[in-house]
Ligand binder design. Structure first.
Ligand SMILES: C[S@@+](CC[C@H](N)C(=O)[O-])C[C@H]1O[C@@H](n2cnc3c(N)ncnc32)[C@H](O)[C@@H]1O
Length: 177
């Protein structure tokens, strides 16, 4: 996608190059469609999604727990000459309450366990304008959507066959107020 990414062995990176480009292009399209301006990229890994949407928005803040991945993310920021993104090395649940709905779009891409209690409580309380939920586990996604849909409207879901010949599927859901 015209971007370069440095990846340490400790850092997460999607393994299916062909499908991940389709997924990230789709997230770009959605970001544009939602007229997003200030974006939170939670569970950001080496900064991929935030970097890929950065030219469409005013500002991105990424949060990632793995220290090495954040070192990569900052290197990737420089490698791609991106100015409007910053990364925080932390667990999402430890910093999420510092963010408010100044952020119009929250992208979450959690591990299979999905969103934890505290993160969901803040998403429900702050009522962000848009949530783009990227999930690799349909069961925890369904659990989280059930709760989030008490406050947000479920707009769409798109599936990506990231792991062919397995039952796993990557989902991108769009929610808004
Ligand atoms: C499915 S990966 C997504 C990474 C990135 N969005 C991408 O597309 O490459 C999930 C990421 O969340 C990170 N992570 C897991 N638990 C976390 C937590 N509690 N707080 C912040 N990051 C976490 C993992 O280290 C991993 O990089």
């Amino acid at each position: 996608m015209d971007k370069k990414f440095n990846i340490r062995k400790e850092s997460f990176f999607q393994v299916n190059d062909e499908i991940v480009e389709k997924l990230y292009s789709y997230v770009r399209d959605i970001t544009l469609l939602l007229s997003s301006k200030i974006v939170l990229d939670l569970y950001c890994g080496v900064g991929t999604i935030g970097i890929i949407v950065s030219d469409l928005v005013e500002k991105v803040v990424g949060v990632e727990v793995v220290e090495e991945a954040v070192v990569d993310a900052n290197q990737n920021k420089r490698l791609n000459n991106i100015k409007n993104i910053e990364f925080i090395n932390s667990k999402v649940e430890d910093v999420i309450s510092n963010f408010n709905n100044e952020f119009d779009t929250v992208i979450v891409d959690p591990p299979r366990s999905g969103l934890d209690r505290k993160t969901k409580d803040v998403l429900l309380k702050e009522k962000f304008k848009n949530i783009i939920y990227i999930s690799c586990d349909a069961v925890t996604l369904a659990r989280d959507l059930f709760e989030l849909s008490t406050v947000y409207n479920f707009k769409s879901i798109e599936l990506f066959n990231m792991f062919p010949r397995t039952y796993h599927v990557e989902c991108v859901c769009v929610l808004n107020r």
